[in-house]
Design a protein around this ligand. Sequence first.
Ligand SMILES: *Cc1c(COP(=O)(O)O)cnc(C)c1O
Length: 360
Amino acid sequence: MSTPRLEIDLNKIYHNAKILVERLGGLGLSVTGVTKSMLGHPEVANTLLQAGVVSLGDSRIENIETMHEAKINSSMSMIRTPMLSQVERIVLNSDISFNTELITIEALSKVASKNKRFHGVILMVETGDLREGIMPEDLEEIIEMVLSLPYIELRGLGTNLGCRNGVSPDEINMNELSRLVETIESKFDITLDIISGGNSSSLNWALTGQDIGRINNLRLGESILLGCEPLYRKPIEGLYTDAFRLVVEVIESKTKPSLPWGIIAQSTFGEKPTEHDRGDITQTILAIGRQDIDFTGVNAYLDIDILGASSDHLIVDSSQYQMVVGDKVSFNVNYSALLQAMTSPFVIKTIIPVSNKTLK
Ligand SMILES: *Cc1c(COP(=O)(O)O)cnc(C)c1O
């Protein structure tokens, strides 16, 4: 089998998605499966749908187009504020987009009208993490305009926390979102059907028995794929944290000193050596590098230490083992390493399909 490869176990992803869909469903929250880190991989998308997610969301129109072309049968949301230069592709390939700028929604309306194809809009509200979102005091004015735009359907409100500044979803910011929903509904005499209360970082809030107010949807990527919540990176009970396995190949293994010699300047990536002298070690080079992974986000199943990485080499201390050229070494990945490995054309993606036993 080719290396480096990322093995994607759909049985574990299915299990994780199903458990989260069931737990949150019991609380009145639906799940939108977020496929961006999978580049909209159709088989992963179908697995999420089999497990019960109500819709799919992605932040890149290319990924949504991939799923559209693969005839994935689901409502599709563009969850990043659209680029003006992509409004046509967004109207033609997605059902809903998440928006914060009137000028963009007007452009979506023009394309939607031209194509006689209704486009759903969810307005994102700023609740403190300072990424995307309309400031709450500006919301009414924008909604008034949005409601007048042809071929645009205002479907709901949403927010995003925990991403840029790690602001935690809690009773205060979530209640504020619910309160805004009520204010808007009564002022404009409308019903907002989707209230999307954030990403995987909202799980701690949702699963600890809070009053969820008007929130009825979460958008989940990392928690389904990696089985952990992103605020403290704690594993979620009952979920697999090893649905992905990165397998890489040894291309050199030699006894070498632990310290470099010669006149030391900076390395390719601007770092200075920080090793202390541990005498001779077994230094092994694996054929993967910074072009393919975030090397700080991979963790070997064997007891080996990562010493550093260049564009194409991952350098490890494997003194505990006898390694020979051609050996394979497996790693668990965090979200950052997963994103990069999926995006690297040099990493082969190997799908382990869902078995009937899993589906039972
Ligand atoms: C990436 C993203 C998500 C999913 O985040 P996870 O932490 O992976 O669950 C949800 N909403 C938006 C707007 C996103 O960009």
